[in-house]
Every structure is written in structure tokens, then in C-alpha cells.
Design a protein around this ligand. Structure first.
Ligand SMILES: [Zn+2]
Length: 199
């Protein structure tokens, strides 16, 4: 895998925080992968997360001159969005699902009519970001930018015509076990969530 120098720095930060594991993993789909993202580590290790968020904040500051709120979907991205908002000197709000619908958590008072940047942890299908966009549209909140730490689609997922800024674009290949090159090399298979145990 070849990555730009900036991505190498980000990759190293993720590896240091053990949020991104390199090896040979059995995914819940049954497929095998060389990379596994353990995103709970980001929340578990605030000091490591802060270094990653600093890079995201630099990017947002460069690219989005003016907005009022950082908005993140509950729960995993709350800590990330909150920390980004703190560093950017902006307000923060989060969305959550209520009866299957993404809504702005009740009690946030000033969001209607203001502008927002969406911050999410990992973009895979873009589903939750689309839900946040729909939710903000209902509240007449223009979205000035969408940012994720990791874009697992590597830019392949368009979200309502809006570009998604990411620190790391990493398209992760997943293999059926019978054609897995890692199996062919005899690399021991581990199961995420129990990455110290062979399966
Ligand atoms: Zn394999």
C-alpha cells in the first residue's frame, strides 16, 4: 500500500493508538482482511485521539472559513466532534437515533438557522452521514463541510454531491477465505475483539 506522506503520519498515529490493527483478521462477514479498525480505542485513549483530531482541525480550519457548529452522530463520534469543536472555538451538537430516525438531541437550542460542519469517525457506506444531512436540512442548517477521520471507501462514496474530507483514505480489501492471500502466506488468523487469540 502506497500512501502520501501526510497519510503515513496519520496511519502511524492510528497504529500507535492501536485503533488500526495490521495483520490477518476474520471480519463479521466471514471475509478476511489485512486491516482492522478498532475505533473504540480512539475513545479509550484521549491523548492519542487528540493528536489525530489536531490534524483534522488544521484541515477544517484551512478549508472551511466560517461556520457555527460541529455536529456529530452519537455515540462514537461525539468525543471526536466535541474535541474538534473545542479546538476550533465552535459550538457542538450531536444527533441521535430516536425511533429509527436521526434527530438532533433535544435541548440543543441554537442550531436552527446556523451553519454546521459534520464530523464523523469512519466513513464506510456514508449512511449515518446521509441521515445527519437530512436531519440538518429539516432544521434549515446549511452544511459547510463533511469531515471524517478515515474514509474506508477511499472517496468512492458520494454524499449528496458534497465532498468528504478525510485524514486517511484507506480502501480495505476483504477476501473470501479460499482466495485469501494472507491465508496463502500462512499468516495466523485473528478475530477482531479478541485480537490476541488465534481462531
Ligand atoms: Zn485469510
Amino acid at each position: 500500500m502506497t500512501l502520501p506522506a501526510e497519510s503515513e503520519t496519520v496511519l502511524a498515529l492510528f497504529k500507535d493508538s492501536e485503533a488500526l490493527l495490521h495483520g490477518h483478521f476474520k471480519l463479521t462477514s466471514g471475509k478476511h482482511s489485512e486491516w482492522y479498525f478498532e475505533k473504540i480505542r480512539l475513545i479509550e485513549r484521549p491523548a492519542a485521539l487528540e493528536k489525530i483530531v489536531d490534524l483534522l482541525v488544521d484541515k477544517i480550519r484551512r478549508e472551511v472559513p466560517d461556520f457555527d457548529y460541529v455536529v456529530s452522530p452519537a455515540y462514537g463520534a461525539i468525543a471526536i466532534g466535541f474535541l474538534a469543536a473545542l479546538k476550533l472555538g465552535k459550538k457542538f451538537a450531536f444527533t441521535q437515533r430516536a425511533d429509527e430516525r436521526m434527530t438532533i438531541r433535544s435541548g440543543f437550542s441554537g442550531l436552527d438557522g446556523s451553519s454546521a460542519v459534520i464530523v464523523e469517525d469512519i466513513l464506510t457506506t456514508g449512511g449515518s452521514i446521509q441521515e445527519v444531512l437530512a436531519c440538518l436540512r429539516e432544521h434549515q442548517v446549511p452544511v459547510a463541510g463533511i469531515y471524517v477521520l478515515v474514509d474506508r471507501s477511499a472517496g468512492a462514496v458520494p454524499i449528496e454531491g458534497q465532498a468528504v474530507g478525510s485524514l486517511l483514505a484507506l480502501k480495505v480489501a476483504a477476501y473470501e477465505p479460499d482466495v485469501c492471500p494472507l491465508c496463502a502466506k500462512g499468516i495466523p488468523l485473528t478475530k477482531p475483539g479478541a485480537s490476541d487469540k488465534k481462531v
